[in-house]
Design a protein around this ligand. Sequence first.
Ligand SMILES: [Zn+2]
Length: 341
Amino acid sequence: MTSSRRRPYTEQRPQDLGGGVWSVPVPIPGNPLGYTLVYAVESPRGPVLVDAGWNHPDAWEALRGGLGSLGIDVAGVRGVVVTHFHPDHAGLAGQVREVSGGWIAMHEADAALVRLMRGFSDGEQRGFQADMLRRAGAGPGEVNVATADRPRPPAQPDRELADGDLVDLPGRKLRAVHTPGHTPGHICLHLEDADRLFTGDHILPDITPHVGIYPFDRDDVDPLGDFLSSLDRVGELGPLDALPAHEWIFPDAGARAAAIRRHHEDKLDRLAALLSERAQPLTIWEVAAMMTWNRPWADLAPALRGMAAGEAAAHLRALEAQGRIRRVSGLDAVRFEAIES
Ligand SMILES: [Zn+2]
């Protein structure tokens, strides 16, 4: 697909989108996504931010300066509502809270993950990752290098949101729509007085978000199944203008949601076919190595192989939940095989 609308961060500018909504591009240093679009929504008692950007001095300058160029003083921000806990969204929320004295709000499921991450030591994190990679069938070299450093966990929110809750935005209606998949507590935010939907990472105009499962061999959750239901959920909201956290603004969030659903259904069908062609059950790692990624498996850095394995695992788990494949638990690793009909 050609992406004529793709422009690097250096060509992005803060924008007045009308109706008391502004966007500020905030860079993500060293990341191919380039930037997070932070939105400000006006209220008589101070603007509320949707997401805050990556925690880095350059990003902070871009956020503070970008808001300033639109006439918004970061010290007057009423609160930050984050679409999900990932560092390119929640990273700077703590600094905004420090400067403004405002609140941070997040869905309760992601707030619980933040609590867990903040209680996890680096050593525990590495041990957890290494065990998970081994059970997925990764080789010893891959287990050692894939456990690199991680960004600092985000600030703990002051307020936890559930599906359908209104965000504290006086005089307007901004409602949390729980859209799990990319994270368990991902929310879209429906600005009901303006037919606009802040889509976070759930729906982006050109790329699709990472949907993985951690640990890889969990069988008590189905993040991809949740993600597909969350896409339907957006379709049911009617035709809304989409204000995503990356790339660019686009019309009709529901139409894009339907296209993303088809993309994953095709991927599931191909994966089911691949497993039924094999005589032996496969590990998650073996399956990931056979799937199509944006570059050949041999060229993927260890951390990206880990992401790919997480994504393969989420697809395997969805097929299992649909009754199309089953898992075979071995002593060393978990494996999957097709159920012949
Ligand atoms: Zn994300």
